[in-house]
Ligand binder design. Structure first.
Ligand SMILES: O=C(O)CNC(=O)[C@H](CS)NC(=O)CCC(=O)C(=O)O
Length: 333
């Protein structure tokens, strides 16, 4: 919900936050009026569109998951959100590799068709993070991409990013996942997409741990970075919020992180805490327990102001970092 940390007195909030956040606090108190014209949601006087980040517990049941997602999207649309963000594996979470692969579809398949209809019907843009997409050579190798799609308010697919960093991690006794066993790493970073809420950079979950991709997207003009996720409970507890806030602060972008939460099957539980972070690093919206949404207004003036006042981009020493960027994966055990 809007207005995290409201237990603090307003003066402390004003001192703690960026000065422009005083305006943010005022806006939280006096919601802007939204008008809906055809498929576009516009806001009177202030260009501060509303976004919604979703939280859910996917299971292997695609129909049930779609029912949950469409209910969340409809609810967000009825509150005049103009873009809705769904988490990684919004389509399903299988309890075995076999179950996962047997349910994978193509972008032309039935499920994306249904989401196109939903976007069109509600007139909202959708970020569909972490779709299990059959790979190009599916008939031979049965491998998939972990794909993040952006649909516009007419239901057209305007961008597809395929997850580039795969989660192959073994934390003894706690987490054991090997995404590369059945997933092909995406070949490229996709340029940010222009949407009614600003230029959106596409990432997925584990990408969050590689600041280079966020910096590359920011350099290409992103104003929002998106991390649809299914963070594990163990790693989420330790790293989720600090990583999201770090990416927001160092790129001076909004960060939108829809999330899976709770128990998907006997083997898999996700951390939740879907949230939106503003470009000053403040958590401006966060989901509570269970399935639901949180809302935030996107203020692109605020992005501009922060970048002007602290022009990190101008201070970067690209002449020094070449060696770091070029480091190859070498096991350093
Ligand atoms: O398996 C599926 O069906 C969908 N894919 C995922 O849930 C992916 C790969 S297993 N999960 C993550 O990247 C978690 C990252 C994480 O938890 C961290 O970085 O700490």
């Amino acid at each position: 919900m809007l207005g995290a940390r409201s237990q603090y007195p307003i003066q402390i909030l004003k001192d703690f936050f960026h000065p422009a956040a005083a305006g943010w606090l005022a806006r939280v108190k006096s919601p802007t009026i939204h008008y809906r014209i055809k498929n576009m949601s516009i806001v009177a006087n202030a260009p501060n569109p509303l976004i919604a980040a979703c939280q859910m517990t996917s299971t292997a049941n695609k129909d049930q998951n779609f029912a949950t997602c469409s209910r969340l999207v409809r609810e967000a649309a009825s509150r005049s959100a103009c873009m809705v963000f769904l988490p990684e594996a919004f389509d399903f979470i299988g309890s075995s590799t076999e179950e996962t692969l047997s349910q994978a579809e193509t972008l032309q398949g039935d499920l994306i068709q249904r989401y196109k209809g939903l976007a069109r019907e509600c007139g909202v843009w959708l970020s569909l993070g972490g779709f299990h997409e059959r790979g190009n050579d599916w008939e031979n190798d049965r491998r998939i991409y972990n794909s993040h799609l952006i649909l516009d308010g007419k239901g057209s697919v305007v961008s597809v990013y395929r997850k580039t960093h795969l989660f192959d991690v073994e934390l003894e006794g706690r987490v054991s996942l090997k995404e590369s066993k059945f997933t092909i790493p995406g070949p490229e970073i996709i340029p940010p997409v222009s949407t009614p809420v600003g230029k959106v950079g596409l990432e997925i979950c584990y990408d969050l741990r590689f600041p280079e991709i966020s910096l590359a997207l920011a350099q290409e003009g992103a104003e929002l970075l998106t991390f649809p996720s299914a963070f594990t409970l163990t790693t989420g507890l330790a790293h989720w919020e600090v990583l999201l806030r770090a990416r927001a602060i160092e790129t001076q972008c909004y960060v939108v992180a829809a999330a899976q939460t709770g128990r998907h099957n006997e083997r898999r539980t996700s951390f939740g805490h879907a949230m939106v972070v503003d470009p000053w690093g403040c958590v401006v919206a966060q989901c509570t327990e269970g399935t639901g949404l949180c809302y935030a207004q996107v203020d692109l003036q605020y992005v501009r102001r922060i970048r002007q006042e602290m022009p990190i981009v101008m201070h970067r020493r690209a002449d020094l970092y070449g060696k770091v960027a070029a480091i190859k994966a070498t096991p350093n055990l």
